[in-house]
Design a protein around this ligand. Structure first.
Ligand SMILES: NC(=O)c1ccc[n+]([C@@H]2O[C@H](COP(=O)([O-])OP(=O)(O)OC[C@H]3O[C@@H](n4cnc5c(N)ncnc54)[C@H](O)[C@@H]3O)[C@@H](O)[C@H]2O)c1
Ligand SMILES: O=C(O)[C@H](O)[C@@H](O)[C@H](O)[C@H](O)CO
Length: 356
């Protein structure tokens, strides 16, 4: 049993703190959970909060967001107003994520953001190459334990999922977050699409995430562990493109799966959400680096005028995985610069004028 005395300015925690904003919370916190007090100190350090020699936090936050069986007491003291806003750290300390397709692109950006938020990562990818090694190094540079597992998730479902699940849980039994990110698109006009390419798209983009989530959910339910699952969807799960019928169908399925899994797994304490990028720069969309016309067209059709690096997806992923999103279930968060909010971006102004 360890003891932490705390004194914290309440306006640093307004999202959680329903009491008077101009106040100090002081009190004691006892925990039997190893490492939790260290986490609390780190959390408070990050939020720039002043402490009374020792660090601490409000009991409500401890009880609700860290799921600890801790006891805490609290008293309040009225203080003059303090100007400034809180920054809330999304702390993943003590968590380990398996990220499929985590070696490059969007998956690597998610991995690096998780590492930067205190979590550990197990990257999964098709090959061990320079990109994979760079991502591992970037995660380790942030203090994370980082491992790499390889395998092809577009193969026969039970074999490839079973192999990844067995090797990941054998090496990292503590995995409590699954990021189903690996995906591919095959850009073929609908009338030319064949069964083999359709099936490969669906196997990787849909079936792999379905069965990997099932394997981890069974494990977490058995162990009464609160797992978290994040899918990488796409804006194409909600908006169509002519030559993307298989891809769009797969991402539409991911959107529906996030909602269905939420309903199936929330009663077990498992949270499932998705993050849907618009167009971001990754090896998959490498043409953007060389094709100025395409890049310019995409900027023109994105309200914030940007086609960002994949790192733009990291913050949304970390938020959805964090305890700060504890009541966020079954959502697909679009990270698209506003593209999906823009109705008929191609309509010329003179035609649009006729509508008004
Ligand atoms: N780049 C974008 O603009 C964009 C936009 C929306 C959604 N997405 C989605 O983001 C996810 C990642 O895309 P990206 O752009 O980073 O792609 P990418 O090609 O840069 O990276 C793909 C990752 O998946 C892994 N992978 C590929 N095929 C695999 C297989 N058969 N088995 C196992 N792993 C495999 C690769 O090793 C790599 O780590 C995908 O689900 C994609 O649909 C990307
Ligand atoms: O999911 C994705 O990989 C992206 O959304 C792409 O499909 C782009 O949106 C499209 O290529 C632009 O036209």
């Amino acid at each position: 049993m360890s003891l932490l005395r705390y004194q914290v300015r309440a306006d640093n925690f307004t999202p959680f703190f329903t009491l008077a904003q101009r106040s100090w919370a002081t009190g004691e916190f006892r925990s039997e959970k190893r490492g939790l007090l260290g986490n609390m100190k780190r959390l408070l350090g990050w939020s720039g909060c002043r402490s009374s020699g020792l660090c601490g936090c409000i009991p409500r936050m401890l009880g609700r967001n860290l799921h600890d069986s801790a006891s805490a007491t609290c008293s309040l003291q009225y203080l003059p107003p303090i100007i400034g806003t809180a920054t809330l750290p999304f702390d993943l300390t003590g968590s380990t994520a398996l990220i499929t397709g985590g070696t490059q692109g969007v998956g690597a950006a998610i991995a690096i953001a998780i590492a930067g938020s205190g979590g550990n990562v197990v990257l999964h990818g098709l090959r061990d190459d320079d990109a994979a090694q760079q991502t591992l190094a970037a995660c380790r540079a942030q203090g994370a334990n980082a491992d790499l597992l390889l395998g092809d998730l577009a193969g026969p479902t039970e074999d490839c999922i079973g192999r990844l699940f067995d090797s990941a849980t054998a090496a990292h039994p503590e995995i409590n977050m699954l990021v189903n990110n690996a995906g591919t698109y095959i850009d073929v006009p609908f009338l030319e699409m064949d069964f083999e390419r359709y099936q490969r798209t669906m196997q990787l983009n849909v079936a792999a995430g379905f069965f990997l989530t099932q394997a981890f959910a069974r494990r977490w339910v058995d162990r009464q562990a609160r797992g978290r699952v994040l899918f990488t969807g796409s804006i194409n799960g909600q908006l169509a493109e002519p030559d993307h019928v298989a891809y769009d169908s797969s991402k539409g399925a991911v959107l529906a799966m996030v909602k269905s899994l939420c309903v199936a797994l929330a009663p077990h304490g498992i949270r499932v959400n998705g993050m849907a990028p618009g167009l971001v720069k990754t090896p998959l969309t490498g043409v953007l680096e060389t094709d100025q016309d395409l890049d310019a067209w995409m900027r023109l059709h994105t309200p914030n005028g940007r086609v960002p690096e994949a790192s733009a997806c990291g913050g949304a992923a970390v938020f959805l995985l964090s305890d700060e999103a504890e009541h966020v279930h079954g959502q697909m968060l679009l990270v698209d610069g506003g593209m999906s909010a823009w109705q008929q971006p191609d309509m010329p102004t003179q035609l649009r004028g006729k509508l008004s």
